[in-house]
Each structure stands twice: as C-alpha cells, then as structure tokens.
Ligand binder design. Structure first.
Ligand code: MHF
Ligand code: KIV
Ligand code: MG
Length: 272
C-alpha cells in the first residue's frame, strides 16, 4: 500500500533566517481558525500568526488585553490542525509573561504543548529580556515585537506612529539588537518610520517583519480580515485591501434572506 501523501517543504525558523540571507521577502498573515488557516496555508504564506488581534476580530473587544491564554490555545490548536507548510507563531497574550520569567515560560510551554504551535511572539524589548531568555532556554523559538505594541495601548494612549523621536528610535534599535543576541528568530516592527525599519533590518541578521514598517522590512504581516476587506471601518495608511469581502458577503447574505422570504429557496432540486 502506498502512502501517497503529498510532500510539503515545511517552513522552519531556520528557513526564515535563510530567506533574509538570500534576499527573499517573507509573507506572514494572521489566522485564528481551521477554515481560514487551510486557505492561508494552501496559498503558500510562509508564517501564520495566531495573533492576539483575535481579541478584536474574533471576540469583538476594543483592545487585545482581554484575550486569555486558554482562548489563544483554542485558536492556535484550530490553526495547527489545518496546516501542511506554514510556520505557526502564537502571541503570548497580555498578562501571561510580563510579571515574571517563570510565568512566561509556563505560558509558552502551555501554548506549545496544548496547541502544537511552532513558536511564540512577545511584545517588548529590554523590559521582558529575562522572560525571553527563559523561554529560549527551554528550546521554544521566540519572535519579538517592537514599535507599536498594542498590549501597551493604555501607556501610550494612541495608535500613532512610534519611534519618530531620536530617543525612542535608539531604544528600538537597541532592543532589536538585544533580541537578535538572545537568539530570537525574527522581530515584528509595527507602525514605525520606514527609514528606521531600514536601519534596523541592516543592523541585525534575523528578519524584521513589518506592519506599517515600510518597504525595507524583510517581510510583511497583516491581519487577514483587513486584507480581505472584512474590517471596513479599519483604515490605517499601511493597509492594502485585496478584496472587499464585507460587501461581497453582505450581498450574498441579503440574497439568501430574499430567496427564503420569496420562497425561491429551496427549489425542487434542492429538496428530497
Ligand atoms: N483588525 C485589526 N488589524 C490590526 O492590524 C490589528 C488589530 N486588529 N488589533 C490589534 C492590533 C492593533 N493594531 C493597530 C491599531 C490601530 C492602528 C492605526 O493605525 N489606527 C488608526 C490611527 C490612529 C492614530 O493615528 O491615532 C487608523 O488610521 O486607523 C494600527 C494598528 C494592529 N493590530
Ligand atoms: C498585527 C500583528 C503583528 C499582531 O501582533 C496580531 O495580529 O496580534
Ligand atoms: Mg499581537
């Protein structure tokens, strides 16, 4: 009996660093559920991020702060069941890694063990250095996240561009170098000036993945609902919409309602 299973070349944390070395840009997108992840993976997206943005787009919260570790594990395990190729990175949610390194490690281990994900992502630099170290020491790959860090929204008060001032830019550069030195395999840079992304990307050997970070990042990430045009009220300058799914879905669903009301659906062929 032949096990004629299709062979996929899986993306690994090492292949991402190699992609940077070879000048190949990295594509990353969020997914939070099985059906969506299946489509994203089959379209050859390199990295799937189970983002804590699930708090916004899945659960309808105002911020990313309320989502829990259990909820992130539920989303991540659904995504893992769908993928054949992509590397799956999961956000550690707010409150599960900032307080102490042991708790951070415990949170990361729960994600790896209970979801089957391949790596975790944490927001911040110097402040969470010991947590990152502890997780890396356990053999869990870590991705950093600098610039606009939504879990700190109440500290900043706005979602405006970060690191425009010299002092903040210097700290971001220092943090990026620190993440590289610790052994992180990549770093998300969110909503920072394109020139800063360029300088950071040229200063470290691990890939930068931009969202509102401009063209010099080694890769790009977007929230899938934004790319598909499902979040029509979200309009930051960095967002390119590839379709208007909100309108397409609304039209389709309205047609269904009309067909039910008018007794057009189901017809003779659509019944037993
Ligand atoms: N749907 C969605 N997409 C995202 O990219 C995303 C989330 N949700 N939730 C978690 C974080 C929050 N992120 C954000 C939030 C706001 C802006 C932003 O640019 N907002 C305003 C500008 C606000 C200002 O300038 O004060 C905008 O132009 O829409 C960017 C990234 C990125 N993440
Ligand atoms: C926007 C990306 C980078 C993210 O952290 C998320 O989706 O939670
Ligand atoms: Mg996030």
């Amino acid at each position: 009996m032949s096990t004629a299973k299709k062979e996929y070349k899986r993306v690994t944390v090492k292949s991402l660093v190699d992609m940077k070395k070879n000048g190949e840009k990295i594509s990353m997108l969020t997914a939070y559920d099985y059906s969506m992840a299946k489509i994203v993976d089959a379209a050859n997206v390199d990295v799937i991020l189970v983002g804590d943005s699930a708090s916004n787009v899945m659960a309808g919260h105002e911020t990313t702060l309320p989502i829990t570790l259990d909820q992130m594990i539920y989303h991540a395990s659904s995504v893992i069941r769908a993928i054949d190729r992509a590397l799956v990175v999961v956000d550690l949610p707010f409150g599960t890694y900032q307080s102490d390194p042991k708790k951070a490690l415990h949170s990361a281990i729960r994600i790896m063990k209970e979801s089957g994900a391949h790596a975790v992502k944490l927001e911040g630099g110097e402040e969470i250095k010991e947590s990152i170290k502890k997780i890396l020491n356990a053999g869990i790959p870590v991705m950093g996240h600098l610039g606009l860090t939504p879990q700190s929204i109440y500290k900043f008060g706005t979602y405006t561009v970060r690191a425009k001032e010299e002092e903040e830019a210097e700290k971001l550069m220092k943090d990026a170098k620190m993440l590289e030195k610790l052994g992180c395999f990549g770093v998300v840079v969110e909503k920072i000036p394109a020139e800063l992304t360029k300088a950071v990307s040229e200063s470290i050997s691990i890939p930068t993945i931009g969202i509102g970070g401009g063209k010099h990042a080694d890769g790009q990430v977007l929230v899938i609902h934004d790319l598909l045009g499902m979040t029509h009220e979200f309009n930051p300058r960095f967002l390119r919409r590839y379709m208007n799914l909100y309108e397409e879905m609304s039209a389709a669903i309205s047609n269904y309602v009309d067909d039910v009301k008018s007794r057009d659906f189901p017809n003779d062929e659509e019944q037993y």
